[in-house]
Design a protein. Sequence first.
Length: 160
Amino acid sequence: MTVSIRPATSADLPLIAGLIRDLATYEKLDHQVRFDEAALGQHLFAPRPHAEVLIGEVDGEPQGFTLFFHNFSTFEGRPGIWVEDLFVRPAARGAGLGKALLRHCAALAVERGCARLEWSVLDWNAPAIALYRALGARPLDDWMMMRVDGAALTALGQPG
């Protein structure tokens, strides 16, 4: 088996959309997928993209992806990379593709002078947690992820 990683291009948009839907199905979150494919393409492949995607292939066939973007650590005074999603199709698991995708993100972080690579994982995803720990990742026990969206986001964004 040959594992390879490559940057996504705009021609990969249908593939990326499909992989996102596959990820949502795996995570039992299909009901949360609301993206418009054309808008997603604009966010990923505009002159100043909001995020980047890597495509993972096994024997030349796309089997996974990771979507990531830069964040910034005020304490470190340097950028970091946040991995929003990492997914490998079930048939390709065990080939080392997830590890290769994370290693590629880590290499980009080092190359770009980033202080860290971060992501979240669902607490029930034991295989992913085991992989991440084996790669040297550690949970941030003192931190809780927070989110504001929908009507709450609109309300929070109102003046006053």
